[in-house]
Design a protein around this ligand. Structure first.
Ligand code: ZN
Length: 104
């Protein structure tokens, strides 16, 4: 058995789980950054464009981590809990429809 196979054998963590773990950790760091605090301070939800208290806004991954999205600045936006919950519950195309319906 080669060293590489041995190393893989010893870890029961799937590459996907490892990816999620890493990206969640990066999201956590991003959330405590000045960049994020400044972005959130506008109090505007990126999706419904309503005004909220900055602390009410959550960090949303535009491309979800589960779909291979990363915790990069271009992939995270402040959004309200309602939009975040909706986005999590809806299928991507249903979310598109919802977004189209709230855009005037
Ligand atoms: Zn919203």
């Amino acid at each position: 058995m080669s060293l590489v196979t041995k190393a893989l054998d010893q870890s029961s963590i799937l590459p996907e789980e490892l990816f999620l773990k890493k990206e969640r950790e990066r999201a956590r760091k991003l959330r405590s950054s000045q960049w994020w605090k400044r972005k959130r301070s506008s109090g505007i939800c990126q999706y419904c464009k309503n005004n909220f208290l900055p602390k009410e806004l959550t960090m949303d991954h535009i491309i979800p981590l589960a779909r291979g999205g990363k915790s990069e600045k271009f992939n995270v936006v402040p959004c309200c809990k309602e939009c975040n919950t909706k986005k999590n519950q809806l299928l991507p195309w249903e979310w598109e429809e919802y977004m189209a319906s709230i855009k005037q």
